[in-house]
Design a protein around this ligand. Sequence first.
Ligand code: CAA
Length: 258
Amino acid sequence: AVEYETILVERKGRTALLTLNRPKALNALNLQVMNEVVAATEALDRDPECGCIVITGSAKAFAAGADIKEMQPQGYLDMYLTDWFAAWDRLGQLRTPTIAAVAGYALGGGCELAMLCDILLAADTAVFGQPEIKLGVIPGIGGSQRLTRAVGKAKAMELCLTGRTMDAMEAESAGLVSRIVPAVELLAEALAVAEVVAGMSLPVAMMAKEAVGRAFETTLSEGVRFERRLFHAVFATADQKEGMGAFIDKRLPEFRHR
Ligand code: CAA
């Protein structure tokens, strides 16, 4: 097994749990965290036995942002030539479904990391925001784009321009999170959702993810055309025969992920 220093990775059946583990810095996302999260999730993405990845933090902080101490001395060319944060884009390109289980602070890069995941579950203690402006910078892991698509211009502008944060209730009513869970139940609930997803046909779940993701990249008619092609394609899987056959036979399906 690969050893990581800033994250913990556990397997539970077909589900993987990745826990951010820099408690002294409230899981601030330095380059090491980025590289470890990307390496670990890409390895899981290549594993056909892994059907869903849960990413979580601690009770106090999912992640309090990118690492301010690491960024403070950097100049333009340092950021440009290393393409600072570019590796995070690869998290959004995973094919395996991902779930962010957010308790406590999800600020700046923490909010952006949560938004890079497919399903966002929030504890009632969750706090979301893009407070970069208070540091004299702007979001750099897609926050200005993904927050705007998630909650609309009105709230995204206010959050990015003032640094104001949203609690879990506001985030849910704005459409940023799919559900709020009591903090003590967050991890169990996230793992339960992950188990449901991982129990579906992996290739079909990947196509469902790809189809929904396309809605953020293209026009309605092109998106519907893309969905239709994938819909036709799932009829080439054994799992389609099994899923529909099980319904007709009044039994539970046993997907074989092919
Ligand atoms: N980077 C580096 N260190 C951080 C950090 C961050 N983003 N957030 C917290 N820490 C560190 C603190 O410096 C502190 O370390 P020390 O004990 O060595 O001083 C430790 O974590 C605990 O933090 P606090 O003492 O501040 O804890 P608190 O409970 O008083 O406050 C908080 C919690 C409100 C989240 C506060 O820590 C905070 O405001 N953090 C910064 C939030 C922020 O601005 N995030 C955006 C970062 S920029 C970014 O993310 C750019 C991007 O788009 C990618």
